[in-house]
Design a protein. Structure first.
Length: 223
């Protein structure tokens, strides 16, 4: 699988398309796939830090935790309880980080849901894509082309999101992880398609690096 947008980020494992192939080679197998399940510290390391998104102000530093069985991760959402169990029941660890950009208060949020195996992550992705896809980001949302990061991916933009201006939601599955990215603004200038593509490529590479047993280092190139 080629990694679209790779020129826009840097990292120790950016060695071409081969660096992006999962050990399970895609959507999992009947034994749950062979991609590595991540621990708490690894999930935290996957989340982009300030170095990974130059030019953005830190709002929340990367933080990971084990979910409380009675309270699924706040980013793990589904249209009904049965589907929520599929999406959230097998989450081993989860975490988030958040950033902002002046002068229009544009927000940039990342989250990671790490599952016990690739099969669980694959099933969860489908449920989460159903929830976050389409008009979830805002009425009249349209698809955004982000290349082919990870094993599964989708992104949508609406001209009016929860902050009043343009917003995006991106979701990517990389092996045993499901990654989410959201942006929003109080202004009128949207996060561009290229930026959405760059964020997805960088985040997916960090997840792949962690599953390859490496310290995530991928970052969006400074502009």
């Amino acid at each position: 699988m080629s990694h679209a947008g790779k020129r826009w980020y840097r990292g120790g494992a950016v060695a071409g398309a081969a660096a992006l192939l999962l050990a399970g080679c895609g959507g999992g197998d009947e034994d749950g796939g062979t991609a590595k399940a991540l621990g708490k510290a690894e999930v935290s390391s996957v989340l982009p830090d300030a170095k990974a998104v130059p030019g953005w102000r830190t709002v929340m530093t990367p933080d990971a935790q084990e979910p409380n069985p009675e309270f699924p991760p706040s980013v793990c959402l589904a249209v009904d309880e049965k589907k929520r169990e599929t999406a959230c029941g097998d989450v081993a660890y989860w975490g988030a980080s958040a950033y902002a950009r002046k002068p229009d208060g544009t927000s940039l949020n990342f989250w990671t849901l790490a599952y016990k195996d690739e099969k669980s992550a694959d099933a969860a992705y489908d449920v989460l894509a159903e929830h976050y896809g389409g008009d979830r980001v805002g009425v009249g949302a349209v698809a955004v082309g982000i290349g082919e990061p990870g094993d599964e991916r989708e992104a949508h933009r609406a001209e009016m999101g929860t902050m009043g201006g343009p917003a995006t939601i991106t979701q990517v599955r990389v092996g045993t992880t499901v990654l989410g990215i959201s942006t929003g603004t109080q202004g009128k200038k949207a996060v561009s398609d290229q930026e959405a593509k760059d964020f997805a490529a960088m985040f997916a590479e960090r997840a792949q690096q962690a599953q390859d047993g490496k310290r995530p280092s991928a970052a969006v190139a400074g502009r």
